[in-house]
Design a protein around this ligand. Structure first.
Ligand SMILES: [Zn+2]
Length: 83
């Protein structure tokens, strides 16, 4: 059973990981954790499918708009409810 501090470390890498901005060793550590941790895997699945849906719906989204969507989705992943 993964411990909580490991989960926090992995979730902090969520966006850099999805951007391909983590090192190979970090990536392997994250992938290994996700295979054994349903809770973190659901965070990553949500974020990835959210980005895919945004990219599919609005392929020419300006960069600042992408950033705003990312911030919102990160907040929602933490349990924040958009009004
Ligand atoms: Zn975890």
């Amino acid at each position: 059973m993964p411990n909580r501090s490991e989960c926090e470390a992995v979730v902090r890498q969520l966006w850099p990981y999805l951007d391909g901005a983590v090192s190979e060793s970090q990536r392997e550590r994250i992938v290994a954790h996700l295979e054994g941790c349903v809770n973190c895997a659901s965070h990553f699945d949500f974020a990835q499918s959210f980005l895919d849906a945004v990219a599919a719906a609005r392929p020419h989204l300006p960069a600042n708009e992408v950033l705003r969507v990312r911030v919102m989705s990160a907040l929602m992943a933490e349990g924040f409810e958009a009004q």
